[in-house]
Design a protein around this ligand. Structure first.
Ligand SMILES: CC(C)(COP(=O)(O)OP(=O)(O)OC[C@H]1O[C@@H](n2cnc3c(N)ncnc32)[C@H](O)[C@@H]1OP(=O)(O)O)[C@@H](O)C(=O)NCCC(=O)NCCS
Length: 158
């Protein structure tokens, strides 16, 4: 297993697709569940690119849908690893709508997901560290550590 630290930019992932009628509710807006599915996929791809392991989704933080995305719009998902812990890592996924005729873009959701690296036999696997080089990257990772502490507290309270 190559444990060389990796930059977030090297695993950052952008997914774009057009919203088709099959993805929509009777109002012509993309289904929340479809957006959640795409968030999971985009986050997983970024984490796979970072860890090069199999992964499971351990947590998705509270998710809001700030604007609807209509049939014919583009849905754009940008995923970036924020922090690597031990066998787990956090990824931020920002979701945008883009009107095809005007190019108008809006942030519609921001999600933080935690993935755990796991072998086929169920063993947890250590994830290569994240190379944190700038003050901004340090801030992002520190915020992720705070969210992680909150998540684990919530899990342990159950
Ligand atoms: C996620 C899962 C692997 C955690 O296993 P566990 O035995 O409870 O947790 P462990 O104590 O072994 O912790 C493993 C890592 O997961 C992290 N973790 C566990 N539960 C977590 C949670 N609810 N939120 C965030 N991180 C969590 C731990 O912090 C640890 O990370 P670290 O090594 O970086 O410190 C396990 O609960 C599971 O398999 N859940 C089902 C996953 C699934 O089916 N997802 C959907 C389909 S992919």
């Amino acid at each position: 297993m190559d444990m060389t630290p990796k930059r977030a930019v090297d695993s950052a992932t952008e997914m774009v697709q057009v919203v088709l009628p099959n993805d929509a509710n009777p109002l012509g807006f993309i289904l929340g569940g479809t957006v959640m599915h795409l968030i999971d996929i985009a986050g997983a791809i970024a984490c796979h690119r970072h860890s090069r392991t199999l992964l499971v989704t351990a947590a998705v933080d509270d998710l809001q849908f700030l604007h609807s995305i209509k049939v014919g719009d583009l849905i754009i998902l940008k995923a970036r690893v924020t922090c690597v812990f031990n066998t787990s890592l956090e990824v931020q996924v920002d979701v945008f709508s883009e009107e095809t005729l005007t190019g108008r873009r809006q942030l519609t959701s921001r999600a933080f997901l935690t993935f755990v690296a796991i072998a086929r036999d169920g063993q947890r696997i250590k994830v290569p560290p994240l190379l944190v080089e700038t003050d901004e990257e340090r801030r992002v990772c520190e915020e992720a550590q705070e969210r992680r502490a909150g998540r684990l507290k919530k899990r342990d309270a159950r």
